[in-house]
Design a protein around this ligand. Structure first.
Ligand code: NDP
Length: 241
């Protein structure tokens, strides 16, 4: 499925929703920095994973809205590698809502994909992260990165709206902090990519997915255990809760 050689001497990253947008561009940056990339994609049809195939040593099917699919992930990863160094929970959705259009369904969709899935995937990947040979070196502990949004900041909510999306990303940040407190041997950070030109924004935004991914890679590569639990911009600055 993927033609890229898996080099056991190099660290390994797993990225969800790596078939397009920010996830694909993170896959490219990690690959350029000598990581083995395991990309997950809801569809593994050739057309869906064509770009990812150029950088991924493996592409695994994962529908993050399905608990059964998440439950299958550890054994699929273990068939490739006994350890992971970085997990990036990137797959996410944004649906329009607002007063008069708040439904149980839009809240449920947002929470299922943007909050619950990253929590379940983080939990499922913990044994693989703890098995990282680099996890013993505290400055370079294995890492989990939640691709969050500044829209999940309650302090920064100056414009209202976006109930489901904002709440789901605030929940993701809260989940990330609990992991950081409970799992001191792995670093957990929430990173906001900025307003990025992807399908989610209809191509609007103040930065390309390539440049956002490059900046976030710099942040991800520098964070260590002292940063665990933080909610950061793509430049590594703290975002108010
Ligand atoms: P895109 O819409 O371009 O990509 C979303 C990705 O998530 C796709 O790979 C999509 O896969 C995947 N995905 C969605 N639902 C599922 C699912 N049920 N199972 C598996 N994969 C799924 O969005 P972005 O690249 O912009 O967003 C990536 C992340 O960045 C999201 O978490 C988003 O909230 C966050 N973010 C984005 C911002 C922006 O300005 N773009 C701003 C702040 C945060 P598929 O192709 O199968 O649909």
């Amino acid at each position: 499925m993927a033609a890229v050689f898996f080099n056991k001497a190099n660290p390994t990253v797993l990225i969800t929703g790596a078939n397009r947008g920010i996830g694909l561009n993170l896959a490219k940056v990690f690959y350029a920095n000598n990581f083995n990339v395991i990309g997950t994609s809801r569809s593994t049809e050739p057309a869906a994973i064509q770009d990812l195939s150029a950088v991924a040593a493996a592409i695994l099917p994962l529908d993050v809205s399905s608990v059964a699919s998440i439950d299958e992930l550890p054994s699929r990863v273990k068939a490739i590698t006994p350890s992971l160094d970085v997990v990036v929970n990137n797959a996410g959705i944004f649906e329009q809502d607002g007063i008069g259009h708040l439904t149980s369904e839009t809240f449920t969709n947002h929470f299922k994909i943007n909050s619950i899935a990253p929590a379940l995937i983080s939990q499922a990947m913990l044994p693989l992260l703890r098995a990282s040979p680099r996890a013993q070196d505290r400055g370079h502990a294995a890492k989990v990165v939640q691709i969050t949004s500044r829209m999940g900041s309650i302090a920064d909510n100056g414009s209202g709206g976006y109930y489901g999306y904002r709440a789901s990303k605030a929940a993701l940040n809260a989940i990330n902090m609990s992991f950081a407190r409970d799992v001191p041997d792995v670093t957990f950070v929430s990173v906001h990519p900025g307003y990025v030109q992807t399908r989610m924004t209809g191509g609007k935004g103040d930065i390309s997915p390539e440049d956002s991914a490059k900046l976030m890679y710099q942040v991800i590569s520098k964070v260590n255990d002292k940063d665990s639990g933080k909610f950061l911009t793509r430049d590594g600055k703290d975002i108010p809760w």
